[in-house]
Design a binder for this molecule. Structure first.
Ligand code: IPE
Ligand code: IPE
Ligand code: MG
Length: 239
């Protein structure tokens, strides 16, 4: 771990919206898919680094429920990369004792990819290191809709009364059920929006946006985000 961080408070849960792969490639006169390849490479490196900083949960936004709108060639290139990098990351993540979980609707993926996703989770299930949530075909509205449906079904089956439903009942039905909300959400690529990422969980997350494009986001950039996070005064509506 970088000594920059040794005296700082390390957030328990960090979310990262990994944006800017396409622009990174365009700046270099290369196809967007090349940006995704470098982005995937960076995903492996930065995850290993973050796992050593003391962060307990890292949620990485890799593919949104809206990203299917992209040209077919780009979606196909991304799916191929997910497959390749999952295979490659397995060894790294084992060495670092990282527990990998996928959040989002995996049923939309090719069966071979679904099999690899399931297998990756299975081999990692007893690991004690950082929890890595990879958000793939993830959308917060879809996640909230699922929670609502699950609650409606419990009401219908008389398992819960409408008047007894609490915010915790909603939280526990999200993909991140049982996990603390993200303390810090980092977005690379310069946009200042959530793009359907953790809308429910982000109620009091600190937001950090950097112009750095995802393939260029390195350990030092992560450290900068932590330094900035340590300057924030989280009031949660109090004084
Ligand atoms: C983020 O990079 C990766 C995914 C959304 C899959 P983009 O592909 O959105 O890159 P830009 O924002 O177009 O540069
Ligand atoms: C957000 O990036 C989704 C991921 C990083 C996976 P987008 O590039 O899809 O977001 P918009 O379109 O700029 O809002
Ligand atoms: Mg983008």
């Amino acid at each position: 771990m970088n000594e920059n961080l040794s005296k700082l408070y390390i957030p328990k849960h960090v979310g990262i919206i990994m944006d800017g792969n396409g622009r990174w490639a365009k700046k270099r006169g290369m196809p967007r898919s090349v940006g995704h390849k470098y982005g995937a490479e960076n995903f492996r490196k930065i995850t290993r680094y973050i796992s050593k900083t003391g962060v307990k949960i890292l949620t990485l936004y890799a593919f949104s429920t809206e990203n299917w709108k992209r040209p077919m060639e780009e979606v196909n290139a991304l799916m191929k990369l997910f497959y390749q990098y999952l295979v490659d990351s397995l060894t790294d993540f084992r060495e670092d004792d990282i527990k990998v979980v996928f959040i989002g609707d995996r049923s939309a993926f090719n069966p071979k990819l679904v099999e690899l996703i399931n297998e990756t989770e299975e081999v990692a299930k007893d690991r004690k290191g950082m929890l890595l949530n990879i958000a793939m075909n993830y959308g917060a509205r879809d996640e909230i809709l699922r929670a609502v449906k699950s609650l409606c079904s419990d009401v219908k089956d008389n398992k819960i009364n409408i008047d007894d439903i609490t915010c915790d009942d909603i939280s526990s039905r999200l993909y991140t059920g049982g996990e603390p909300d993200p303390d810090l959400i980092i977005r690379t690529g310069g946009e200042n929006r959530l793009s359907n990422f953790m809308l429910y969980q982000a109620a009091y997350s600190e937001f950090y946006s950097t112009d750095t494009l995802w393939p260029d986001f390195k350990a030092d950039d992560f450290d900068k985000a932590i330094i900035e996070f340590n300057k924030r005064n989280r009031r949660y509506g109090g004084v």
